[in-house]
Design a protein around this ligand. Structure first.
Ligand SMILES: [Zn+2]
Length: 286
C-alpha cells in the first residue's frame, strides 16, 4: 500500500469551533445516537469541534442532534459519510439542508448509488468542501490546543480480486484519540477490511482501543476474532435498531465478545450512548 499522506487543518477547525460559540468543557464527548438500524455518531472535541459520522436512516439524527446541540448552534465542522448505504446517508440530506457544514468527507473508491450521488451533488451545490478520502490520502485533524486527534482513512481490500459490489468493505475508519483515550469507529467494514487494516501501517491505530463502535451493526460480516484480539476494546458498541430484519446483532458476534471477555452495549437496548473522556479516564454518561 502506498504511504498515507495526511494534512492537518487544525488551526482552521479550532477557530471555527470557537466562532460557533459553543462553550467547550475540555472533555471529549462521543454520542452513539440511537437512530434505529444504522449509524449516527456525534463527536465534540475538548475545544468544541463538532464532527458527525454518518446520518443514519430516516431523519432520527435530526432530533438526536437537536437534543444534544444548543439551539443556537447550526454549524457542524465536519461530516463523515463512512460509505454510501442508506442506513448511513439518509439523514445527511436534512443535515446538509439545516446545518452549515465545514467539510464533508467520503470514501473515494466506493460505488455510489443514484441516491447517494444526489447527496454528493447537494453537498457541492451547498458549497460544502467535499473531500474524497483514498488509500493515498487520509485525513488527520488535530483539535488545536487539546491534542485531540481525529484520523479518517480507508483500509478495505482493494486488490484485483476485489468485489466491487462490496460497499461495506470501503467504509472509512475513524480513530479518535485524546490523551490515553482511544475510540475506533469502523463503519460497516468487513472482516477482510479489518485484516487489511491489521496489515497496514495504520495497524497501530487498532491497539489499545477503549471504545470500539463495532462494524456493520455487529453483523457476522465484521468483528473478526484477530481484529478484536488486536483492538481488545474495553467496550464494544452495537449500533442497531430493535427487531431489525437483518437479525443484527448476530448471536455469534455477541458470543465472540463474551468469549473474549469484551463488554458490549446495544443502542436498541440502551438508546443513545454518551462516552466522555478527560484524556485520562473515560466513562459512560448517565
Ligand atoms: Zn450499515
Amino acid at each position: 500500500m502506498k504511504p498515507v499522506l495526511m494534512f492537518t487543518i487544525a488551526t482552521i477547525l479550532c477557530l471555527s469551533g470557537l466562532w460557533f460559540g459553543w462553550r467547550a468543557d475540555t472533555q471529549l464527548h462521543i454520542w452513539i445516537f440511537d437512530v434505529g438500524q444504522g449509524d449516527g455518531i456525534f463527536i465534540r472535541t475538548p475545544s468544541g469541534l463538532t464532527i458527525l459520522v454518518d446520518g443514519g436512516p430516516g431523519d432520527a439524527v435530526l432530533s438526536e442532534l437537536g437534543s444534544t446541540l444548543p439551539p443556537w448552534v447550526h454549524e457542524l465542522d465536519v461530516v463523515v459519510l463512512t460509505h454510501p448505504h442508506a442506513d448511513h446517508y439518509e439523514g445527511l440530506f436534512e443535515i446538509v439542508d439545516r446545518y452549515e457544514v465545514g467539510m464533508f468527507l467520503v470514501p473515494e473508491v466506493c460505488e455510489y448509488d443514484s441516491v447517494s450521488q444526489e447527496l454528493l451533488e447537494k453537498v457541492n451545490f451547498e458549497n460544502v468542501k467535499l473531500v474524497y478520502v483514498s488509500q493515498e490520502v487520509g485525513v488527520s485533524m488535530v483539535s488545536g490546543g487539546d491534542l485531540c486527534v481525529l484520523s479518517v482513512s480507508i483500509y478495505g481490500d482493494f486488490g484485483e480480486s476485489r468485489d466491487r459490489s462490496d460497499v461495506n468493505g470501503c467504509s472509512l475508519v475513524v480513530s479518535v484519540e485524546y490523551g490515553t483515550f482511544h475510540a475506533l469507529l469502523t463503519g460497516d467494514l468487513t472482516q477482510s477490511g479489518e485484516e487489511s487494516l491489521l496489515k497496514s501501517e495504520w495497524r497501530s491505530n487498532v491497539r489499545a482501543v477503549d471504545v470500539l463502535k463495532a462494524g456493520h451493526h455487529c453483523s457476522h460480516t465484521s468483528s473478526g476474532e484477530s481484529f478484536l484480539r488486536m483492538a481488545s476494546p474495553e467496550l464494544a458498541i452495537c449500533s442497531v435498531g430493535a427487531d431489525n430484519s437483518f437479525g443484527h446483532p448476530h448471536k455469534e458476534i455477541l458470543e465472540r465478545f463474551d468469549a473474549l471477555g469484551l463488554e458490549y452495549l446495544r443502542t436498541d437496548e440502551w438508546g443513545t450512548i454518551e462516552i466522555v473522556s478527560d484524556g485520562n479516564e473515560w466513562w459512560i454518561e448517565d
